[in-house]
Write a protein that binds this ligand. Structure first.
Ligand code: 6PG
Length: 477
């Protein structure tokens, strides 16, 4: 008997995907650069399903039924190219190579084009949910050709998370579309995490709450509209006591957030596409600032306001206000991310169904949340929606949040608590809804010093003002 699919690269993510596939009744061929990992997997988990262990590239390829489907789960970058080059020469027309790592979508586009020339399908696939998700049901975002999805889709849908019986897996679009949306998923993940972290800092700084109390606040929030995996795990982390010291876990961790790069890519591409994803950018910068140890050490003595916690009525409503501000800022973060996907789709001709994408993010992935069902509904009702902010329920939520959002940020400013995520979300919101922006003045400045020309509100065409001469406008170049 041959295998319906193969997995090469059996570190924890690859191993868990292979086990998930086998547990769902698929025969899985296994391959790893060092043989020991393959043996270990069969020894420890061999009774979970049907595995075919193989110990050479040729053996691996021969174990697969046609069209062959092989999943690569190795470190993104050069290792992926090396593995592709190892297997591609052994494959036949119509076979499918899947890259399930966190590749940059531009690499995926390059690889897809090169392999298409050789008659092979290359499917860059986003997989979210970490190790647990890979084993018990991730959210899966495959790109690549429609044809490749015909044979891959049923396999992936069977192992993905399910929400109301629907699989958290859908064909995203051609070539790099899957990895692109996974990248933006991670950008949104950064932004959501930053907003939650700022909420914690506000509750602690303005109310003097202990981490354990704040865990309770998050637990309560998790029963409402903020119900999400990230809020749930935040409560767990905050409630955790360090076994070695007996202190709150969050107080014994170095306050320097690391990153592996997908958030940074999201921002870089956002700049290239000209999409204002300020919430994601601030989240990336906040991690960079936290990690700038020398700079922070040098700045520690800088003056700030005297920090007295809130009291009385202001203290009583504060936690509820933070919930409102968090929810409104979160809508902005997702609105920006979905706009980036819209822009990427337009740039690369992907025709991404945003409602279907929101639907597969309802389960399995790191940003899974009740909220994503509302996003799904918003795009289902209006596929060309310019921004989530104007969709019925979201519009109402930001309307209800107006006072709270502004007062939370003013409190933060007064007490000197940094809230880059909350603040940029509100600035974006106010920028979008403004009748007139000072961008007109920027255009004037550009025309003054560089004759860069401007457009007028009352006439068609581009104009330049003779600043040094008679101050009159002339039709520009
Ligand atoms: C997921 C996650 C995952 C990502 C980690 C680490 O969807 O399962 O997004 O793919 O690698 O969250 O990201 P950072 O190390 O950059 O925080």
């Amino acid at each position: 008997k041959k295998a319906s699919i193969g997995v090469t690269g059996l570190a924890v993510m690859g191993r868990n995907l292979a086990r998930n596939l086998a547990r769902h009744g698929h025969t899985v061929a296994l391959h790893n650069r060092s043989e020991q990992r393959t043996r270990d997997l069969v020894e420890q988990f061999g009774d979970e399903g049907e595995f075919i262990p193989t110990y050479s590239a040729q053996e691996f390829v021969d174990a697969l039924e046609r069209p062959r489907k092989l999943v690569i789960m190795v470190k993104a970058g050069a290792p992926t190219d090396a593995v592709i080059e190892e297997f591609a020469p052994l494959l036949e027309e119509g076979d499918v190579i899947v890259d399930a790592g966190n590749a940059h979508f531009a690499d995926t586009r390059r690889r897809e084009a090169a392999l298409r020339e050789r008659g092979l399908h290359f499917v860059g696939t986003g997989v979210s949910g970490g190790e647990e998700g890979a084993l018990h049901g991730p959210s899966i975002m495959p790109g690549g050709s429609k044809e490749s999805y015909e044979s891959l889709g049923p396999l992936f849908e069977s192992i993905s998370a399910k929400v109301d019986g629907d699989p958290c897996c859908t064909h995203i679009g051609p070539d790099g579309a899957g990895h692109f949306v996974k990248m933006v998923h991670n950008g949104i993940e950064y932004s959501d995490m930053q907003l939650i972290a700022e909420s914690f800092d506000l509750l602690r700084g303005a109310l003097g709450y202990e981490p354990g109390q704040i865990a309770e606040v998050f637990r309560t929030w998790n029963t409402g509209r903020l119900d999400s995996y990230l809020i749930e795990i935040t409560a767990e982390v905050l409630a955790h006591t360090d076994a070695a010291t007996g202190k709150p876990f969050v107080d014994i961790v170095t306050d320097q957030a690391e990153q592996k790069g997908t958030g940074r890519w999201t921002v870089q591409i956002g700049l290239d596409l000209g999409v204002p994803i300020s919430g994601i950018a601030e989240a990336v910068f906040a991690r960079s600032l936290s990690g700038s140890a020398d700079l922070r050490a040098a700045s520690r003595g800088l003056p700030g306001p005297t920090r007295a916690p809130l009291t009385g009525a202001a203290a009583e409503t504060f936690a509820d206000d933070v919930e409102r501000a968090l929810y409104a800022s979160k809508i902005v973060a997702y609105a920006q991310g979905f706009n980036q996907i819209q822009a990427g789709g337009a740039e690369y001709g992907w025709d991404i169904d945003l409602g279907a994408l929101a639907a597969i993010w309802r389960g399995g992935c790191i940003i899974r949340a009740k909220f994503l069902d509302d996003i799904r509904a918003a795009y289902a009702a209006e596929p060309g929606l310019p921004t989530l902010l104007t969709a019925g329920d979201f519009r109402k939520a930001v309307e209800d949040a107006q006072d709270a959002w502004r007062s939370v940020i003013s409190t933060a400013v007064r007490l000197g608590i940094p809230t880059p995520g909350f603040s940029t979300a509100l600035a974006y919101y106010d920028g979008l809804r403004a009748e007139r922006l000072p961008a007109a003045l920027v255009q004037g400045q550009r025309d003054f010093f560089g004759a860069h020309t401007y457009r007028r509100v009352d006439r068609e065409g581009s104009f330049h003002t003779r600043w040094a001469e008679d101050g009159r406008p002339e039709a520009g170049a």
